[in-house]
Ligand binder design. Sequence first.
Ligand SMILES: [Zn+2]
Length: 331
Amino acid sequence: MTVRPLPAGAVNRPALRGTGTLLLVAMMAVAVPSTSRLGASGSAAWRVARRGGGDAWSLLLAVLRPRELSPFASGGRGSAWAGVGEGALLPPPANGSPHEAALARAAEQGWVKCGGAAACTAALHQARQSLPDELALEAVALGDPGGDRVKAAVAAAESAGLERPRELSVHAPFLPHADRARAEEVERVLGLATLWSLQWPLPNGTRITSPFGERVHPVTGEKKFHDGVDLAAVTGTPLAAPAGARVLHVGQDAVSGTYVVLDHGHQVQSVACHLSEAEVKRGAAVAPGATYARTGASGRVTGPHLHYGVRVGGKFVDPAAAAVRRQAAPR
Ligand SMILES: [Zn+2]
C-alpha cells in the first residue's frame, strides 16, 4: 500500500498539445520520413479530403500522427475534460449498456442534443442497426443517427489508405466542419463509454484492501489522497487488460515499483503498480482481457498487492465506482 505521486511516465501527454506551432513543426519534421511510405495513398488522402470537406491542414495532421492528435486531428487542444464538473463522472445507474449510459449522461450534461433520455436511446438503437457501438455513439452525438456522415468519413479514410479508419481520430478529418467543431463533446461521450466499459483486471470478488479517496497512510501516518484502489493479490497473479489498449508507458520507480500505463483511447487510461513483471512493451497493442503484467510487491509497499488507478482526461476517478465489475474475458 502506498500513496504515491504520479509515476513520471504517467503524466498526461495531451498537455503537450497545447504548446503550439513550434511543437507541431517539430513533430512534422520528425514524422516526415514516415509520410514517404504513404506514397500513393497519401496523395489519395489529400484528394479525398479536399473533395469530402476536410481541409488540407487537418488531413496532414491526421496522416502524420493520427494517435498523437486525438481527440480530433484538427485543432484538438488540451483535454476535452477541462472545466467539466465532477457530476459528469459520477458512476451511471447499473442498467443499460455503457454506451447508453454515456449518451444519457451526455444529454443530461448538455453535451449532446438528441431530445431527452428516451429519444437519445432510441436514436442509439437506430444507429446501431448499421454501425458498431462506438461509431453508433459517435453518430448520435453528432446528431446523425442514420450515420451517413460518419460512414462517409470512415469510407473516405479507408479509401485514402489510412490505418484504423474506424477510429475517430483517424476519420475525423473527413467529417464536415460542423461535426469537427463538436470534437470535445463527442470525445467526452466516447470517453465515458470507454470508462464504463472497463473490466476489472483481477477476478471478480478480489478483495479491495484500500479504497479510493482520502485516507491515513499506513506507513507514514499522513492524511493523503489515495488515487486508486489496492487489491489483494499474491505475487505473480496475471492482470487482464481492462479493455483494448495501447501500452503508453512501462516504468519503474522507488514508490510505484514496476508499473504499466495502458491507454484505452478517448483519454481513458489505467495504471497498475507494484508489479513483479510487465509482459508488454511501450507502444504494444493489448487485446481486451489479455494478460499484460503480473502483480507483485515492488516499490514502497507493506506486502504484495495491486494498486490500480483509472484516469479520464488526466483526472483520477474511483475505479471501483466507474468499472463494470465483471471478470475480464477468459484468457
Ligand atoms: Zn494504492
